[in-house]
Ligand binder design. Structure first.
Ligand code: C5P
Length: 226
């Protein structure tokens, strides 16, 4: 049916922040609220898809009719995505995944002990989107969409990610722009897709400021058409 272009398809969405524990009482995280990813999961379900939402800790209720896998750390998120990815026809990674975690989580609360400074030794987390990009089905029947949030050189960085992570679409949003980014109801995005003649030169479309729910539906319709 025209109103349900995703009927019969499986959609996997990541959303929200991750939390990387330092000790039993503290963690590293970011300002993601999950709003964009939850709107995408909801739009996909409304358009008829079977939806799995892998979500970091957020304060929203999951959308109706969506399967939610709750995770805390980037490694947990990676595990959940690696179980669901092969079955997904369309994957949208909107989560703000922590790039680093502490090498060793302290078993007890870290104490000041009269010190003026301490050093946290951080190691990198798996790049879930890059992993997925490397394991797409050979027949091109899996569509992968990533997000990018930058504070500078937005388009250049997004173009690099589109290619390096083998995405079919990369949605770039600039943290510095009014009405875009974390915790807002609206977003302003630039949508990059691989160029048709020269894959190194992406096609770039700037979309006007719109509500995240409207944006989510447009994105899903665009991905459905792909
Ligand atoms: O490279 P960067 O982190 O800016 O890329 C952002 C995109 O990659 C987002 O789609 C995000 O969900 C995804 N990502 C990921 N795993 C990471 C880091 C980012 O899936 N460890």
């Amino acid at each position: 049916i025209a109103s349900q272009p995703l009927r019969g398809l499986t959609v996997l969405v990541t959303a929200g922040p991750t939390q990387e524990p330092l000790d039993p009482v503290r963690y590293l995280t970011n300002h993601s609220t999950g709003k964009m990813g939850y709107a995408i999961a909801e739009a996909a379900a409304e358009l008829g898809a079977k939806v799995t939402l892998v979500s970091g800790p957020v304060s929203f209720e999951p959308p109706q009719g969506v399967d939610v896998v709750r995770v805390t750390t980037a490694e947990d998120m990676f595990e959940a995505v690696s179980e669901a990815f092969a079955a997904a026809d369309i994957t949208v990674m909107a989560a703000a995944v922590g790039d680093f975690r502490v090498e060793r989580i302290a078993q007890q609360k870290i104490k000041k002990d009269g010190r003026d400074s301490i050093t946290l030794n951080l190691v990198s987390n798996p790049d879930i989107l890059a992993w997925a990009g490397g394991r797409k089905r050979d027949d091109g029947s899996q569509i992968l969409c990533g997000f990018a949030m930058e504070t500078e050189h937005l388009i250049a960085n997004a173009a690099k990610k589109l290619a390096a992570k083998h995405c079919d679409m990369l949605v770039a949003n600039n943290l510095r722009e009014e009405g875009a980014g974390f915790a807002t109801d609206t977003n302003i995005v630039t949508v990059l897709t691989p160029g048709t003649s020269d894959p190194k030169t992406p096609q770039i479309e700037r979309w006007n400021k719109m509500d995240k729910t409207v944006l989510a539906k447009r994105l899903m319709l665009r991905l459905a058409a792909m």
